[in-house]
Design a protein around this ligand. Structure first.
Ligand code: ACK
Length: 361
């Protein structure tokens, strides 16, 4: 979308052309064409055909009659003797999350996180637990959590993923309030945009993009995680029931997805804008203590989150683009990525802060 953006244009001018581009008819046509082809791709997929396009497409494990097949197809079985569990680092819906080491034959050992399925589960819980692995196993991108493999042939059942030293992004930012430069924060956002560009190109809709579902490694690299809940949001404490019975993390979710369940890469873009706000405010809660109902009503009336303190104008403008009411007018992830990369390559574009502009008014 909007690939007509010239790289040689200055950032500020570029931003306005990006803004204008979302409303020009030529690009609107492109957006519609793209949506149609996305819909076609899904239809073909649901009819059981994997499109031959050269671009890898995400396969929904729910379309397998036997979900065990999806696990076999997309994951690697690990011999439990290769895993050393060291300590418990948290609890998930299905059981404990531990850190440890993985030593595969002929390979150096690596740090891993191990999700375990607690005993006493029923078959459906085992399927839901392993569903995340069969999704993650299809991805290969530096900004998506890497699946090392699964243990399904012995107990406990486990999912083994790469270890992320700094844990979840929301709590990491809260405990490091004010510690990073704007460029470091934009670097984190860039990483998330790389991961999300990859997912949307594969036709995968996350549905629960939020800082709590991003993990941070020791080099501040941010990776998108939490794929199991893309269908059922039972595990997310932020998810609340809507009037139509769906369970949705209201503050992070686009209005059309809340109102009539229209999830798309464009609704992921809305959530990405909220993640931008969380990052620039060091883990502040979006819409603070407002109730979910007040959030929904305020958004409907046109209210949008103000820029966090010290936030560059260009970043708040990008957030506002992500929060356009019309989903077709929101930027595609590849546009977000291009824009952030231009900001990083031209740091002076980040010097104008929203607070400075407000003081001039
Ligand atoms: O903020 P945290 O330390 O990061 O607490 C949660 C906890 O487990 C429950 O989910 C942490 N966690 C999850 N996956 C990983 C991982 N791959 N590497 C490191 N920590 C992880 C998460």
């Amino acid at each position: 979308m909007c690939r007509g953006l010239s790289c040689s244009i200055e950032i500020q001018a570029d931003f306005y052309s990006l803004a204008n581009c979302f409303t020009c008819h030529r690009c609107q046509g492109y957006i519609k064409a793209r949506m149609k082809s996305e819909e076609k791709r899904r239809t073909r997929f649901h009819s059981g055909h994997v499109p031959f396009s050269g671009i890898k497409t995400y396969v929904d494990p729910d379309t397998y009659e036997d979900p065990t097949q999806a696990v076999e197809e997309f994951t690697k079985e690990i011999d439990p003797s290769c895993i050393r569990i060291e300590r418990v680092i948290g609890t998930g819906e299905f059981g404990e999350v531990c850190s440890g080491r993985l030593r595969l034959p002929g390979r150096a050992d690596i740090a891993v996180a191990i999700k375990t399925l607690k005993g006493g589960y029923v078959e459906q819980q085992r399927r839901d637990f392993l569903r995340e692995a069969s999704i993650m196993g299809q991805f290969n991108n530096p900004n998506i959590i890497r699946l090392e493999g699964v243990v399904t042939k012995s107990r406990p059942v486990m999912i083994v993923v790469e270890y992320m030293e700094n844990g979840a992004l929301d709590s990491f930012l809260r405990t490091n309030d004010g510690h990073f430069t704007v460029i470091q924060l934009v670097g984190m956002l860039r990483g998330i945009a790389v991961g999300m560009t990859y997912l949307s190109d594969m036709g995968y809709i996350h549905r629960d993009l939020a800082a709590r579902n991003i993990l941070v490694d020791g080099n501040l690299v941010c990776k998108v995680s939490d794929f199991g809940m893309s269908r059922v949001l039972e595990d997310d404490p932020e998810a609340a029931y809507t009037a139509t019975g769906g369970k949705i993390p209201i503050r992070w979710t686009a209005p059309e997805a809340i109102a009539y369940g229209k999830f798309s890469s464009a609704s992921d873009t809305w959530s990405y804008g909220i993640v931008m706000w969380e990052v620039m405010s060091y883990g502040e809660r979006p819409y603070w203590e407002m109730s979910n109902q007040d959030v929904i009503l305020s958004i409907e009336e046109g209210y949008r989150l103000p820029a966090p303190m010290g936030c560059p104008v260009a970043l708040h403008q990008l957030m506002l683009h992500c929060w356009q009411k019309e989903r077709g007018q929101r930027p595609h992830f590849s546009d977000i990525l291009t824009f952030l990369e231009k900001l990083i390559h031209n740091p002076s574009s980040l010097l104008t802060l929203v607070n400075d502009v407000q003081r001039l008014d």
